[in-house]
Design a protein around this ligand. Structure first.
Ligand code: ADP
Length: 239
């Protein structure tokens, strides 16, 4: 088994007194470059834990996570900081924008993280936010704030976008537009997009759906490869 991302027997335990809780338990799966993947499962099934381990925000208890043939579970804290800065774009349910900075300033902050200048205006233009360079988050709708957070994630040109309930705070139409945008980014840029959700509708677009329950993979559904995946119309599938 080999892919751009490979989980090998990955377990994460939390110890609470005498009890050991396996938040994820012996996960094995692969994800290819440019795949649009949905991690589906009820609350408490281990979805965020999986995403945090892959994003280098947390450490495994056992097992290995290979990314681009590197085992990130062997990374030092400095290596992980580099990995997060350059390889991974994070998108969260509540956007995590800095409230007292404008949309453009929220993007420009990333320059410090990655150590090179970025073109924040072009990225905001790409996400139809040209009118909003100088707005503060509180002056933007939920959908606009999420688009700023997607722009902030993309401006680093990461290999993967990790999205934790990206539509959880949006109404369903705006949520669909955000998913369509993530799908287009995935297919146009070949950016691997991984979305954690309990919303089954999003799964209909996915190349791969990993079903989690109680920290265990119940099943993995892979879209039948008809060689035609790029031509799927995200808007049609979601409507
Ligand atoms: P999901 O994202 O699917 O809602 P999580 O990954 O957040 O699930 O949590 C999986 C399980 O691990 C839950 O039972 C949760 O209570 C537990 N858990 C998550 N983080 C911690 C933590 N820091 N300490 C103890 N238990 C945790």
């Amino acid at each position: 088994m080999s892919g751009f991302i490979e989980f090998q027997n990955v377990t994460k335990e939390y110890i609470n007194g005498d009890e050991v809780l396996k938040a994820v338990n012996n996960l094995n799966f692969t994800i290819d470059k440019g795949e649009f993947v949905v991690i589906l499962g009820p609350s408490g099934s281990g979805k965020s834990t999986l995403l945090n381990l892959l994003g280098g925000l947390d450490h495994v208890s056992s097992g290995n996570i290979m990314v681009n043939s590197h085992d990130i579970t062997g990374y030092s804290d400095n290596d992980l900081t580099e990995y997060r800065a350059h390889e991974v774009g994070f998108i969260f349910q509540f956007y995590n924008l800095i409230p007292n900075l404008t949309a453009l300033e929220n993007l420009e902050l990333i320059s410090d993280v990655i150590g090179r200048k970025i073109d924040g205006k072009s990225m905001l233009d790409r996400l139809n936010l040209t009118e909003h360079y100088h707005n503060f988050p509180s002056e933007l709708s939920g959908g606009e704030q999420q688009r700023v957070s997607i722009a902030r994630a993309l401006v680093k040109n990461p290999n993967m976008l990790l999205c934790d309930e990206p539509t959880g705070a949006l109404d369903s139409n705006t949520g669909d537009m955000v998913i369509e945008l993530l799908y287009d980014i995935c297919k146009n840029n070949k950016t691997t997009v991984i979305i954690v959700t309990h919303n089954e509708d999003i799964a209909s677009l996915a190349d791969k759906v990993i079903h989690l329950k109680n920290g265990i993979i119940e099943s993995i559904d892979t879209k039948l490869d008809d060689g035609n995946a790029d031509s799927i119309d995200a808007e049609e599938v979601l409507s």
